[in-house]
Design a protein around this ligand. Structure first.
Ligand code: 5RP
Length: 234
């Protein structure tokens, strides 16, 4: 079986009746959403989905998955999403599919997060995959200059037809070609405070389980991180 499909199907097993599920974005998350759709159709599974992009929303609607927005739920029980890179200590880069802003918002309000990947996404250190930064268009060239001065090798993301890519929120994406990120937390703090930066693709200390599909099979690994947000007790 296709590795991304194998990871997606495995993750869908963690979905239980009554849960509010964050539905990720990308070619791996696609299979998880399809499998949840199948379980609703064939097994009568009852869940509510919270989507992380317009693309996933369209897919979920076609599968008749009941949906709510992140603002209509008090919490998300479990979010299942893909990732572009996962380091040995379970830090991640996301946003290759330009959905990092909604993905991070949904992740932030999720009790548990599962990432689903094929083995090619596992790395020793983050940074080979260009780090996506979602920015406000106004002033984005100033950010391009700043990132160039800092040696971050920024590239403004374009569509296949060479137009500047617009995210679901109408922002731009600047990809930083860093090669290696020695201190992800320091970089995240720096990016967090930059004016004009809406969000970045460093997803740190967030993921609860990682499901990896390889030619040898599918493994599920519990991580030491978990947001464990409990809104009832806050
Ligand atoms: C989208 C994402 C995706 O989860 C990430 O790019 C992985 O995608 P794929 O499963 O297609 O490799 O972060 O913004």
């Amino acid at each position: 079986m296709n590795l991304k499909k194998a990871a997606g199907i495995e993750a869908a097993k963690f979905v239980k009746d009554g849960m509010i599920i964050g539905l990720g974005t990308g070619s791996t998350a696609y299979y998880m959403v399809e499998e949840i759709g199948r379980r609703i159709r064939e097994e009568g599974l009852k869940i509510t989905g919270v989507t992380t992009s317009n693309a996933t929303k369209e897919q979920a609607k076609k599968l008749n998955i009941p949906l709510k927005s992140i603002d209509e739920v008090s919490k998300v029980d479990l979010t299942i999403d893909g990732a572009d890179e996962i380091s040995q200590n379970f830090q991640g880069i996301k946003g290759g599919g330009a959905a990092l802003l909604f993905e991070k918002i949904v992740a932030t309000y999720s009790k548990q997060i599962i990432w689903i990947v094929d083995e090619s996404k596992l790395v020793d250190k983050l940074g080979k995959f260009p780090l996506p930064i979602e920015v406000i268009p106004y002033g984005s060239q100033q950010l391009m200059r700043l990132f160039t001065e800092k040696g971050y090798h920024p590239v403004l993301r374009k569509t296949k037809s060479n137009q500047t890519l617009l995210t679901d929120s109408g922002h731009y994406i600047i990809d930083l070609h860093l090669q290696t990120i020695d201190a992800p937390e320091t970089l995240a703090k720096y990016l967090d405070q930059l004016v004009g930066v809406v969000e970045h693709g460093l997803f740190l200390n967030m993921v609860s389980k990682v499901i990896v599909a390889s030619t040898h099979g599918v493994t599920v690994t519990e991580t030491p991180h978990s947001l464990k947000i409990d809104h009832e007790n806050n």
